[in-house]
Design a binder for this molecule. Structure first.
Ligand code: KIV
Length: 272
């Protein structure tokens, strides 16, 4: 291993500093203190309490049944285990339907230990929610591309931005969420070339999942990263880091190193 993770806590300004310095950010999801502690101790920069917990922890077919109380509970558990990583928590389905609802949910998540909240989408009311939160000192990560809370409109979990009209909309949304005050942008399941273009034009750091190697960082869902069967089709961007590394701690170190040196994701994990 060539990379020694810095020991100072990862803050919002540190995300921008990492991007400026060309140091890629390694992010993983976690839902409990046990995994969060191992991830934190082995170099993960950001831990996400994602609403994927609806699927991988609760066993639902989508993230739509997740409620704020679920995210709050898991955020409290994860927060107790972290000493360095930034804790990001998801606003679940419709918790951002109005700026006031978003403020109420985000406040609960920050009080549970989150350092930043994430919300999906770039439409007008999402931009209003981002602005409303940021004006009230709540750091926000946006999430564009395959936003799982839009699964009913998308008609399934499909790569987004392949057609030029959709790509144009994604480019515009990426600039709009940054303009509204977001400090981070997760790009999920978009063609690698489009994610590279968005990252280049973006004033804020980007984190990819199924978005190719040119984002400023990467995220994987815990269960995918450990090669667990989640009962759904295994997406192309997933890599089982446990298989080759023998322990969860070793898998995290290998993941962090691979993200930082750009060897993960490879072309085999990316969409054209
Ligand atoms: O909920 C989640 O785990 C996420 C990741 C897939 C980025 O949003």
């Amino acid at each position: 291993m060539t990379t020694i993770p810095p020991s100072k806590p990862v803050t919002v300004p540190e995300l921008f500093e990492a991007r400026r310095a060309g140091r890629k950010l390694a992010m993983l999801t976690a839902y409990d203190a046990g995994f969060a502690r191992v991830f934190d101790a082995n170099g993960a920069d950001i831990i996400l309490v994602g609403d994927t917990l609806g699927m991988v922890v609760q066993g639902h077919p989508s993230t739509l049944p997740v409620i704020v109380e679920d995210i709050e509970y898991h955020t409290r558990n994860v927060a107790r285990a972290l000493s360095r990583a930034l804790l990001l928590a998801d606003l679940p389905f419709q918790a951002d339907a109005t700026p006031e609802r978003a403020l109420d949910a985000a406040t609960r998540l920050l009080q549970a230990g989150a350092g930043m909240i994430k919300l999906e989408g770039g439409g007008r009311h999402k931009l209003d929610a981002i602005r409303f939160l940021v004006e009230r000192e709540i750091p926000v990560s946006a999430h564009l591309g395959l936003t799982p809370q839009s699964v009913l409109r998308f008609g399934g979990y499909k790569v987004q931005g392949r057609e030029e009209t959709a790509a144009k909309q994604l480019r515009a949304d990426a600039l709009a969420v940054a303009e509204a005050g977001a400090s981070l942008l997760v790009l999920e399941c978009v063609p690698a070339a489009l994610a590279a273009e968005i990252t280049h034009a973006s004033p804020i750091p980007t984190i990819g999942i199924g978005a190719g190697p040119h984002c400023d960082g990467q995220v994987l869902v815990l269960h995918d990263f450990l090669g667990l069967d989640t009962g759904t089709r295994r997406p192309k961007f997933v890599k089982d880091f446990l298989a080759e590394n023998g322990s969860v701690a070793g898998a995290v170190r290998a993941y962090v190193e691979a993200v930082r040196n750009g060897s993960f994701p490879g072309v085999e994990h990316s969409y054209a």
